[in-house]
Design a protein around this ligand. Structure first.
Ligand SMILES: NC(=O)c1ccc[n+]([C@@H]2O[C@H](COP(=O)([O-])OP(=O)(O)OC[C@H]3O[C@@H](n4cnc5c(N)ncnc54)[C@H](O)[C@@H]3O)[C@@H](O)[C@H]2O)c1
Length: 253
């Protein structure tokens, strides 16, 4: 087991990649705080962890709110005594929208959930990790933050910002033995995919169009992303910090 004795917190763990990361980390021996805004999904993910004989707890939080982020971190330390690995995975998508039609509300919400959450999590977890002598932060970004697609303007910008924030935190926290990396998935088979395709569009055609842009010829699965996160969280990656690990079938080349 690669994470025996470790404590992890995964945001957006009620669905898709977050759920796959939480379940894999628990199988690898970590105690896992499953954080989500959606309690039913979060409880279901804890159920999956327990079915696999792992240990997990659900914490309700909106990662865009400072009080909720502080609460999810404090609750994890109160239950499990420490926090070694924090995965900022929760994110919100947008459908293809010409820039002239992007509302200020949509812009603000995407930036709050996709970037501000990373700043908030770092602000509250850093003192704990410093005190423990180190830790690992993993941010789920997107290949869209490196190779934008038309119409996903603000979403791409939020992920590009998250990649740079990852590097900025990595350089700032290296001397405290806190490693900060991100993972940039290509289009992934999760409930979010339909939103990127456009909910008024033909899903299968949209899916095929995405696949046609990926050199290795398939979408990512949540497990592809979970195994990348496991590597970055493990001691095998102890010299790796500040990278955006593209799990993208070659789309970023
Ligand atoms: N699916 C893709 O094609 C794709 C590709 C690249 C990157 N990503 C990124 O991967 C991450 C995970 O996406 P997914 O596809 O697994 O999505 P998903 O929609 O399957 O799951 C997202 C989860 O996050 C939760 N969530 C949303 N906003 C939240 C908030 N403010 N606070 C707490 N929880 C919140 C939702 O309730 C949901 O359970 C996101 O950051 C997303 O931007 C997705």
């Amino acid at each position: 087991m690669k994470l025996k004795g470790k404590v992890a917190l995964v945001t957006g763990a009620g669905s898709g990649m977050g759920q796959a990361i939480a379940v894999l980390f628990a199988k690898e021996g970590a105690k896992v705080s499953v954080v989500d805004m959606d309690a039913a999904r979060g409880q279901k993910a804890v159920g999956l962890i327990e079915q696999n004989k792992g240990q997990g707890q659900f914490i309700s939080a909106d990662v865009a709110k400072a009080t909720d982020v502080e609460h999810m971190i404090k609750t994890t330390v109160a239950t499990y005594g420490r926090l070694d690995i924090l995965v900022n995975n929760a994110g919100v998508p947008m459908g293809p929208t010409p820039i002239e039609e992007v509302t200020e509300d949509l812009y603000d919400r995407i930036m709050a959930v996709n970037i501000k959450s990373i700043y908030l999590a770092a602000k509250y977890v850093t003192p704990i990790m410093k005190q423990q002598g180190g830790g690992v932060i993993i941010n789920i970004t997107s290949i869209a933050g490196v190779r934008p697609r038309p119409g996903l303007n603000v979403y791409c910008a939020s992920k590009g910002g998250a990649i740079v924030l990852t590097k900025a935190l990595a350089i700032e926290l290296a001397t405290d033995n806190i490693r900060v990396n991100s993972i940039g998935p290509v289009a992934t088979d999760t409930p979010m995919l339909a939103k990127f395709i456009g909910e008024d569009k033909d899903f299968e055609k949209g899916r095929e169009k995405f696949i046609s842009t990926i050199p290795l010829g398939r979408l990512a699965t949540p497990e592809d992303i979970a195994y990348a996160a496991l590597y970055l969280a493990s001691s095998e990656a102890s010299l790796v910090t500040g990278i955006n690990l593209e799990v993208d079938g070659g789309r970023g080349i």
